[in-house]
Write a protein that binds this ligand. Structure first.
Ligand code: AMP
Ligand code: GLY
Length: 425
């Protein structure tokens, strides 16, 4: 079967690496991809929201499965676009319908969904321009810190944790009144702050059954010690030691099963990945957010630990037979370190020549923001390269990732030096 993978990050590079290993995968295409994905398949220069050109490519390359790595086409309704088109409707789409993608595409939708299905999450209120004044009043009496979230997609930048009422009011006003995130902040969710440790849990569901993939923890802040602004993620580890059997049982019973049943009972078509962004508050799991795709950089540790054939899992998903699949994990730990561009997550320059690839030993090298320029590979994004390593323990894995992080060179290279710190003593 020919597969078209959509996206261009480290996640897609790790997915391309994994898909390429499957004997069920014939030709692999990646749109738009990066300098790393072209080692595993053919990059197609198509934007994620250009459904018409994606359609053409699917027909031309006889695609059997469309695999959206990124949320952008899913929230934009690519599933429905395919299923409503006579020429495309038989192509397997590994991702939810537009309605299902609302779990990620609208914070207000996902909060209401959790309330309806009694899924543990932070208490919240929704506001828009019609109850703006009421919202300003509400903030005055809200305990600190206050979590303010733009309703729609904002590339991971739409969440602010305000430490003072003044800051909260100013963020609230700039989102609702000044359209800070455009359409995405026409509605805002104001949420109780939950204090705990975060964890990313992934399932693949066929709408009825599901399989649980290895869990991971990512590190979102730019600087060591979890300081500075949020990024897409600076590194990840798997497994996560506190996610023991008892904790995961709670996650299963109170979060995963009610979510899948809830989608089914509401007739929301969902065959694809669900990413549960969780927080453990004194050992009790709460949902911080849902995503309708895999995480980045979590995928860079999850795929290396997943031993199953990913294409076989997608086929089981399509047949509605995921109950027949058994997930096999690599027992080893995995860590990934993300090398980024100076200035990220703010402004940064692109086009810096990257060297040292040949010096990397014992790590998987997943490209994120890279591009080919003549004979060189150059930086082409904020997050540049993820270095994933295995180890008997997380500490062993991290030592290897860090050794190799030092080998890659480009002007302005930056990375966190403390990934996995809380688990390695
Ligand atoms: P989100 O985009 O919803 O995942 O939020 C981004 C980050 O903000 C999360 O990974 C958390 O670190 C933080 N965050 C979001 N909601 C809360 C909350 N209710 N309490 C504490 N931290 C939160
Ligand atoms: N690493 C978090 C995300 O993919 O949203």
């Amino acid at each position: 079967m020919n597969i078209l993978l959509l996206g261009s990050g480290g996640r897609e590079c790790a997915l391309a690496w994994k898909l390429r290993q499957s004997p069920l995968c014939k030709d692999l295409y990646i749109a738009p991809g990066n300098a790393g994905t072209s080692e595993y398949g053919v990059n197609l220069n198509i934007a994620l929201s250009d459904f018409a050109t994606i359609k053409k490519a699917c027909i031309e390359h006889r695609i059997g499965t469309l695999f959206p790595g990124s949320e952008v086409p899913l929230v934009g309704g690519i599933y429905d676009f395919f299923k409503n088109d006579d020429e495309l409707k038989d192509i397997i789409v590994a991702g939810p319908s537009k309605a299902g993608a609302q779990l990620e595409g609208s914070k207000a939708f996902s909060k209401r969904f959790m309330l309806r299905h009694n899924i543990p999450t932070a208490a919240y209120r929704e506001f828009d321009e019609n109850n703006f004044e009421e919202g300003m009043e509400y903030l005055k009496h809200h305990p600190l810190p206050i979590v303010i979230k733009a309703d729609g997609l904002a590339s991971g930048k739409g969440v602010v944790i305000a430490q003072s009422t003044e800051e909260a009011k100013s963020v609230f006003a700039s989102m609702l009144k000044e359209g800070q995130f455009g359409e995405a902040s026409k509605k805002v969710v104001v949420e109780q702050f939950l204090d705990g440790i975060e964890l990313s849990v992934f399932v693949l569901t066929d709408g009825e059954h599901y399989v649980l993939l290895p869990e991971a923890k990512d590190y979102k802040r730019i600087h060591d010690g979890d300081n500075g602004p949020n990024t897409g993620g600076m590194g990840a580890v798997s497994p996560v030691p506190f996610a023991n059997a008892a904790f995961m049982q709670k996650v299963t019973d109170t979060i995963i099963i009610p979510t899948i049943k809830g989608l089914k009972n509401e007739n929301i078509i969902y065959q694809g990945f669900i990413f549960f962004g969780l927080i453990s508050v004194k050992g009790e799991p709460y949902v911080i957010e849902y995503n309708c795709r895999l995480g980045d950089p979590e995928t860079e540790v999850v795929m290396p630990r997943l031993q199953n054939d990913l294409v076989a899992l997608i086929l089981k998903m399509h047949e509605g037979k995921l109950n027949e699949a058994t997930i096999q994990y690599d027992e080893r730990a995995a860590s990934t370190i993300m090398l980024v561009s100076e200035g990220y997550p703010g402004n940064y320059e692109k086009g810096k020549i990257i060297t040292g690839f040949e010096k990397v030993n014992d790590s998987l090298l997943f490209h994120a923001g890279t591009a080919k320029k003549g004979n060189d590979i150059v930086t082409d994004g904020g997050r540049v390269i993820a270095l994933t390593s295995y180890g008997k323990t997380l500490k062993d894995a991290l030592v290897v990732s860090y050794e190799n992080a030092a080998m890659i060179d480009y002007e302005g290279k930056y990375y966190r030096k403390d990934i996995g710190w809380e688990f390695t003593g």
